[in-house]
Design a protein around this ligand. Structure first.
Ligand SMILES: NC(=O)c1ccc[n+]([C@@H]2O[C@H](COP(=O)([O-])OP(=O)(O)OC[C@H]3O[C@@H](n4cnc5c(N)ncnc54)[C@H](OP(=O)(O)O)[C@@H]3O)[C@@H](O)[C@H]2O)c1
Length: 218
């Protein structure tokens, strides 16, 4: 599969590129081509130095990659995602779009700040063409742990979406990451519950001297 990672130069984009490059072609995207090419080179070198196979990580501008991709990962902060997607809308057709976007702000503690649609995922579906299948996942996965290939991530990943085939594809991609267990979280309307867990987990970590918390249902 061809996977485009928008904002792939950032914290959590790196982990997805490293984890999926063994089986998939990665289009590592940025608003700036030089930044994309530099990160793509760095990630490829890291994989090869650790003895991993790499199908190819290519640095691209965000708009160049979307049309060519089967799956587009939105690895961009909420504050930038609406403007970015409005600009990039013409490049989308019927791709699977994975949103891990969490709208939140920090006062004394972190707070979930959903848009009027109820969640980032629903707002994103509203911006993109109807033929695009938005799937919501990975909001509670730590970027640091995802990029540490020696770690097996003992987390559950709740996957929400209205298109069953798209949801199954994302659940399969999740299984490919060592020890992540995908769980079907229902339709996209349920995304707010899992998005809102992220600020809660960060506060829990801060209050209890912990780090990189995730969720596991037992
Ligand atoms: N970090 C985590 O542990 C974690 C965990 C779960 C979910 N998430 C979610 O994943 C998304 C990415 O998080 P992150 O920590 O990786 O973010 P980040 O490192 O701050 O940013 C990721 C990339 O987004 C692009 N970007 C930044 N501001 C932008 C703007 N205003 N408009 C368009 N693009 C912009 C940048 O890429 P270019 O400059 O190269 O374009 C940047 O490298 C967020 O929505 C976050 O809620 C993060």
């Amino acid at each position: 599969m061809k996977i485009a990672i928008l904002g792939g130069t950032g914290s959590i984009g790196e982990g997805f590129a490293l984890r999926w490059a063994e089986k998939h072609e990665i289009l590592l995207c940025s608003r700036e081509i030089d930044k994309a090419v530099s990160s793509a080179g760095k990630y490829t070198e890291a994989l090869l130095n650790k003895g991993f196979f790499c199908c190819g990580i290519t640095g691209c501008k965000n708009e160049t990659a979307i049309n060519d991709a089967d799956v587009v990962v939105l690895s961009v902060p909420y504050r930038g995602v609406v403007t970015l997607l409005k600009d990039l809308r013409p490049y989308f057709r019927d791709q699977i779009v994975i949103s891990l976007v969490v709208p939140m702000k920090k006062n004394k503690w972190f707070e979930y700040t959903p848009p009027k649609q109820g969640s980032a995922a629903l707002e994103i579906q509203e911006i993109l063409p109807e033929t695009v299948k938005v799937v919501s996942a990975y909001h509670n996965v730590s970027a640091k742990k995802l990029a540490a290939l020696e770690l097996s991530l003992d987390y559950d990943v709740v996957v929400c979406g209205d298109d069953d085939r798209a949801k199954r594809t994302v659940m399969e991609l999740t299984r490919e990451i060592k020890s992540l267990r995908p769980l079907d979280g229902g339709g996209l309307a349920s995304s707010y519950m899992i998005e809102s867990l992220t600020p809660f987990l960060i506060n829990l970590a801060l209050r209890n001297g912990l780090s990189n918390l995730g969720v596991k249902f037992v």
